[in-house]
Design a protein around this ligand. Structure first.
Ligand code: FES
Length: 255
């Protein structure tokens, strides 16, 4: 079965929640092992019997099941300068590349979002530190660009949340806390259509993984049914290309 990251043909009709949920199950099963690759191999998983190609730390555009502004960029590296304010895209981090081509279904699906650079509401509540050479978000003061990258697996049941790609369903506004992304800037938070969870990319907070007890940094959940934040991916920029840095692979051990 093809997934959201394998180049489905765009569909003109709306997807039901059941379809999104099925998509998430298939994608999670396909990517859960290869996503963490060598980094996890010695900690959580046995090493692959045979491993060819390379796991790339750069983040590449992937395709969303519906038409999007980045459709013609699929397979290209994502640049920090690609986005207008409040624009975002889906991508893959730590994807397996063979002969310079990404192997669909490998890597960790991510959401890359450019938030407002000087938003006073932006909060990072954590004692955690990013991996050496990386930051929890990318700031370019000269161009006033701020980019935040998130693992694109809902912490409820692993559907792929979207950023401004669901156009036929309005997110429920009965928020558990006011999300500044919406209440101040009128932008929908990160939205998982499967069961309605939402996360605010301006509010980064520390939560604890329910299964392994590991604290992680993520976008605060502002609407259930999820009970926890959406993990971020630490980043740096290498020649404008966004590169992810592994904090602790257990942050992403959900699906
Ligand atoms: S999987 Fe996202 S809300 Fe349920």
């Amino acid at each position: 079965m093809s997934t959201a990251w394998e180049g489905d043909e765009p569909r003109s009709t709306g997807w039901t929640r059941r379809e999104w949920a099925k998509l998430a199950l298939a994608a999670g099963a396909a990517s859960s092992v290869l996503a963490m690759g060598g980094t996890v191999a010695g900690q959580l998983l046995p090493p692959p019997a045979k491993f060819q190609g390379e796991l790339r730390q750069e983040i590449y555009y992937t395709k969303w099941p519906r038409p999007t502004w980045w459709d013609d960029r699929q397979g290209r590296p994502i640049l920090a300068t690609d986005f207008q304010e409040w624009q975002g895209a889906s991508g893959v981090w730590r994807g397996l590349f063979v002969n310079e081509r990404w192997v669909p279904g490998t890597g960790l699906a991510v959401l890359v979002i450019r938030v407002k650079y000087d938003a006073p509401e932006f909060q990072v509540s954590t004692d955690l530190v990013p991996p050496r050479g990386f930051s929890f978000y990318h700031d370019d003061p000269g161009q006033r660009i701020r980019i935040v990258v998130f693992a694109d697996r809902c912490t409820h049941l692993c559907c792929p949340p979207g950023w401004h790609v669901i156009t036929d369903t309005v997110p429920d506004r009965a928020y558990r806390i006011p999300p500044p992304t919406y209440s101040v800037y009128g932008q929908d938070p990160i939205f998982c259509i499967c069961h309605g969870s939402q996360y605010d990319p301006l509010l980064l907070t520390t939560n604890v993984h329910p299964r392994n007890g590991v604290p992680y940094l993520g976008a605060t959940h502002v609407h259930g049914p999820t009970q926890r934040a959406l993990p971020i991916v630490p980043v740096r920029v290498d020649g404008e290309v966004l590169v992810g840095g592994m904090p602790d692979p257990r942050w992403y051990d959900y699906c």
